[in-house]
Design a protein around this ligand. Structure first.
Ligand SMILES: [Ca+2]
Length: 349
């Protein structure tokens, strides 16, 4: 699912508020439980009454869970939801972190391993020798418990390369043949794994138009940040008149028409920029748009307002990656009853 065009997702924000509110009673409950002085005693030291302590840990161990989850939802609402694979990793990370801490608390801080460790160091445990045998499992269980937060936090904040580059949205760059079958037009696209289109592009192909919102992601093959794209080809307007071209970009953008730099907004931003141009139906205009993403959200769109007032994404059909090799317009003339009849035949008729 593509993130919405707007940067702020009010649905996710509402969900985050609800989850956060639901978390309050749980935290209050946990504070109340651990406010009972003898509960610590039960949980931490009394081997005979350990059951109460362990139960209290189980009931309260996830008290911070709703707040952690709502923090994630707040982040998504404000910064945009990542792709599905990263979203699943982040949720999994929250589960792992909590389960790990809970296991750690149950096993180590709780009576079980605590008594083993205690025995290990001879704190009130006799005979000492017997507890040596439990040292290794206690150590292993504790190490296993700590794996939870370690890998959980890794998944929340970093995640795997595969998930970051994973995309379930439409391909940014489609194979030439597919696009030609679909619409017969489009633009060449070249994608670099840096911000200034330097060196050899990492990915190239043809895009039907310029209408992409990666959210917090990026095109396949170049990562989610610090990439740049050049779309090039030809613009073949079908109506004569005044056009307003409009970019919607995050971050920088530049646009040339017939070698003339119409939009030059090459800096970090979330912006929309316009330029007007008088275009002739049937003429072929050299087209180039360059774009870069530095960090965070990323999108690139190109719309226009046509002479008849239509406001739309500049459609695939008026783009061509290569220069049409037939004359765009043929003037037909015929003489009928002494009168010269003229008609124009356009390439798209
Ligand atoms: Ca950005």
């Amino acid at each position: 699912m593509l993130p919405k065009d707007s940067e702020f997702d009010s649905g996710l924000f509402t969900a985050a508020c609800i989850v956060m509110t639901l978390g309050f009673p749980w935290v209050a409950f946990a504070l109340a439980i651990w406010g009972i002085p003898w509960m610590w005693e039960e949980a931490l030291s009394s081997y005979a009454g350990w059951g109460w302590g362990e139960l209290a840990i189980l009931l309260t161990g996830f008290a911070l869970y709703p707040w952690c989850y709502s923090t994630l939802l707040f982040t998504w609402a404000i910064r945009g939801k990542p792709n599905e694979a990263r979203a699943a990793e982040q949720i999994g990370g929250i589960h792992l972190t909590h389960c790990g801490f809970l296991l750690f608390w149950l096993c180590f801080v709780g009576s079980t391993c605590y008594t083993w460790w205690g025995g290990m160091f001879g704190i009130g445990m006799e005979p000492e020798g017997w507890y040596w045998a439990l040292f290794i499992p206690a150590l292993m269980l504790t190490a296993l418990a700590l794996q939870g937060p370690f890998w959980g936090l890794f998944l929340i904040f970093h995640g795997t390369e595969g998930a970051r580059n994973h995309t379930t949205t439409e391909a940014v760059t489609q194979p030439l043949t597919v696009v030609q079958i679909n619409c017969g037009g489009g633009l060449f696209s070249e994608i670099w794994g840096n911000k200034d289109l330097s060196g050899e592009p990492k990915v190239s192909g043809v895009d039907p138009n310029i209408e992409i919102n990666w959210g917090g992601g990026g095109p396949p093959g170049v990562g989610v940040d610090q990439f740049s794209i050049r779309w090039s080809g030809f613009l073949l307007p079908r109506e004569t008149g005044s056009y307003t071209l409009e970019t919607s970009n995050d971050d920088g953008v530049r646009l040339w028409l017939d070698g003339q730099l119409l939009i030059d907004e090459w800096y970090d931003q979330v912006g929309k920029h316009q330029a007007t141009a008088e275009l002739e139906a049937g003429d072929v205009y050299d087209f180039r748009m360059e774009y870069y993403e530095n960090g965070g959200q990323a999108k690139a769109k190109l719309r226009w307002t046509k002479p008849d007032g239509t406001y739309e994404i500049v459609p695939c059909a008026v783009f061509s990656p290569t220069k049409p090799d037939t004359p765009s317009t043929i003037v037909l003339q015929a003489v009928k009853s002494g009168e010269i009849l003229t008609d124009r035949l356009n390439w798209w008729d």
